[in-house]
Structures are given as C-alpha cells and as structure tokens.
Design a protein around this ligand. Sequence first.
Ligand code: ZN
Ligand code: ZN
Length: 331
Amino acid sequence: MIQAFAQKRAGERLEAIAIQEGAAPEGYDVDVDVVSCSVCHSDVHLLDGDWGDVARPLVPGHEIVGRVARAGDAAGLAIGAMVGIGWQCGSCGVCVPCRSQREHLCTGGKVRTCMGRQGGFATRVRADARFCFELPEPLDLASAAPLLCAGLTVFSPLERLGAKAGMRVGVVGIGGLGHLAVRFARALGAEVVAFDPDATKRDLVLGLGASELVDARGPLPAGAVDLLLVTTHASLAWDDWFRVLDLEGTLCLVGVPGAPLGFSADPLMDEQKKITGSVIGSPATMRRMLALAAAEGIAPIVEHMPLARANDAVDRVRSGAARMRVVLDVS
Ligand SMILES: [Zn+2]
Ligand SMILES: [Zn+2]
C-alpha cells in the first residue's frame, strides 16, 4: 500500500490515507519511491480551491526527489536511480510544441503531477520517465526538491530572456522562488537587485549574491534593471514597476497575480518595454538547470519536516513563514 496525505474537500485539512498499489508500470511509466517532497505555492492554491474544482481526494506535491522502484520496458531508467519530478509528469509527445522541445507548452494533453492524479505527499508516485530527471552529482539531494518546480520556474525565463553578464536583473519577492532566482541570475553572470518589503532578509539576499535589497514598498529606483522577475502572487502597482525597468526592459511574471493586470500602455509604447510570463520549463531546460545547480552548488534554503506534519508544512507556506521552502522528508 502507498501511504499518502490527501484532502477530501477544498479547504479541509489533509488526512493520512492508504492507496492500493497500481499494476506494474508499462512503457515509459515508472514508479518512484518518494524520498522528499517540498511544498509549492501551487499546492496551496489547489488545496484552497483557488484554481477551481480538481479531482479529490487530492494528494498534492510536485517537487519530488525519489528513487526509481519499478520501471516500464521503455522507461530507460535504472532501478534505484535517484530522480526528480516537477509540476509536469507527461505530455502528448506529438503536438508541435512537444516535437520542438517545448513540452511544457504541450497543446495535446499536459499531465500534471498532482492534478487528476496522485502527487508526492506519498511514499510512492507514478510518472512518465521522460519527465523524471536524474539528479547530477554533486547536487545536495536533501535540499534538491524545490529545484524541480521553483528552480525551473525561475531559471527558464532567466535563460530565455537572456540573463547574462552585463545585464541587471531585478527579483521581486524573496521567498521560495525569489531566493533561487537570485542564485540562478548570478550564476548566469547578471547583476542582481532584490526587492522585498522585509528588511531582515538583507543579509540573506546579499549572501545569495544580490548587490542590494530594495524595500519593495518604495520608493522604487527608476531605470534600475533590464529584466524584472516578479515572483510574488500579490497584485502590484504595475505602472510603478515598469518605471524600475530601463528602456526596452522586460517584466516577467512567474507568480500568479490574484487579479487581472491593469497598467498604462505608455511604457510599452514610449519606452518599448515588454511584459511576459513564464510557466515551468521544458525537460531540456530542466536538465540545464539541474546541471548548473550542481556545478554552482545552488542548493535551495529549506526547512525539513516529516511527511506526518504535512498540514503544518502547508500552513507555513501559506502564511509566508517558511524560510524559504519546506521539504517533507518521506523516507
Ligand atoms: Zn510548483
Ligand atoms: Zn504535446
């Protein structure tokens, strides 16, 4: 039996349940024994019913580090291999995005690790081996889980939007996503300015490689960065944040604002500034992110809790108390 924590109705607490083991995996499918799984804000959104109705009982969890226990004959993963699994655990494989290394934009049927199927708050999870990523040495496995969603979510737009030496990157919100964004932007060579309302994070962000911490409540510096990565879920005064960008700079959303965006067209016209968003990243991007994290020693800052304290872990992430991510240790 698989031991898991599941929610029966939106807004309720998670309860320990036992799930019958499935038949042996076939094809690309693998069963992975979960070693650890961290709590992402997306898990909180699903649990709180923010994203509408999802299949319940809901077993959340999509930042998974585990060991391959059983594998289908096409999986190509060794039994015992240490792998990571993120938000996406399958795609159609035949649509145009899938055939051009943009599987995360699949139009034919994305499979999400903990939506409509059992996620990683459990002793075992099933996934498509093409979305299970061998964890390169010398990655610190105990803290690696948040890389699989948070790490990919920030690395993918930094890479796509050209973060490199000579570029100034602003990171808005220093939490689970933001602290990794600072590390990855620095590792790509950019200068980093961090924005957060909590001045007690100054030593932390300077230690991560940012050149300064600016109070996100303002006053905000004008023309300070070329790329602004917004990791918070808050609805910001967007016109103020466009002013933080230099000419032709780009504002990129990776958090999900709770309200429709409202801003003046002026910065988009007169200063040719751009706004875009980003969602996770492709398997190829995931591999480059993991390789860079291993090479540069990029380890998420995490708190550890046993799986039995899944509800406490979710509460800490929901309230913003977690520093910076909570990893549930499963086995
Ligand atoms: Zn996530
Ligand atoms: Zn597809």
